[in-house]
Design a protein around this ligand. Structure first.
Ligand SMILES: C[S@@+](CC[C@H](N)C(=O)[O-])C[C@H]1O[C@@H](n2cnc3c(N)ncnc32)[C@H](O)[C@@H]1O
Length: 238
């Protein structure tokens, strides 16, 4: 997967040079490039923003540097142009899965009071991180790119880890424990040390179902229960 990020603050993306994503970049599984929108401004003072027509608070990122940045990056990246903005489709795991199947993507980060409306002509999709306002698209781009990249084959050392995780199958994850078996009087559920694989599987599924039902009834409502799920909800205690 090749990702190009158009931004006024490329240094904010140094975060991708660390940990799991940093390792995936070093191993050439993913490529993440930043492109400074300021490189394309035709203004002699390197200005990229201006006052809004009709008045109003703050500055608006001008169309010219953004559109010319998109055109420049597109010469080496055929991916969809995705703008991070509050009007977009709210990001979720399904969208992360869908985008992880693409081989190339371009992200555009707005800043200040946003972008000139005419830039939308050059955008394929708008994604929002949620119903709140951030200081810049960079703040949304980082978690979105992270969650897409970790679904790409080879990025996580164990490819099963994301299949078991919250949201992947429409449910929240079951509780997890590591050593010691007894932490200050709190014991690991017996079934997990029983070595009985089918009972462990059923316990994990029952926990996921019950936790989702309690904590995220909205997700639970959408989840289609199998016959085994219906039995597990009744049989296993939380
Ligand atoms: C301060 S915001 C501009 C908000 C804009 N004036 C409005 O009311 O919709 C600056 C930039 O942050 C990004 N941004 C803000 N909230 C976002 C969100 N919920 N999801 C994704 N990007 C967001 C967008 O790129 C936006 O252009």
């Amino acid at each position: 997967m090749k990702i190009d990020i158009l931004t006024l603050f490329p240094e904010m993306f140094d975060i991708f040079n660390h940990s799991i994503i940093g390792r995936a970049i070093k191993n050439n599984i993913i490529e993440i490039n930043t492109f400074d929108i300021r490189n394309c401004t035709l203004d002699k003072h390197r200005k990229v923003d201006d006052y809004p027509y009709g008045g109003g608070a703050g500055m608006i990122m001008a169309a010219q540097p953004i559109v010319d940045s998109i055109k420049t990056v597109k010469t080496n990246n055929n991916g969809k142009v995705i703008f991070l903005g509050p009007r977009g489709k709210t990001f979720d795991q399904d969208l992360a899965k869908q985008l992880s199947r693409e081989s190339e993507l371009i992200f555009l980060c707005g800043h200040y009071e946003g972008i000139d409306e005419r830039v939308y002509e050059y955008i394929d999709m708008e994604i929002s991180l949620g119903d709140f306002v951030l200081t810049g698209g960079e703040m949304a781009c980082i978690p979105i790119v992270d969650s897409i990249c970790r679904l790409i084959n080879g990025v996580l050392s164990n490819s099963n880890s994301c299949i078991d995780e919250s949201f992947y199958s429409g449910l929240l994850e079951y509780p997890q424990y590591t050593r010691p078996e007894n932490f200050r009087g709190q014991k690991v559920p017996e079934v997990l040390i029983s070595g009985h694989h089918d009972n462990i599987r059923k316990w994990k599924k029952a926990q996921s179902l019950n936790i989702t039902k309690i904590k995220r009834p909205d997700l639970f409502k959408k989840y289609v229960l199998t016959e085994e799920d219906k039995k597990l909800i009744k049989d296993v205690k939380l």
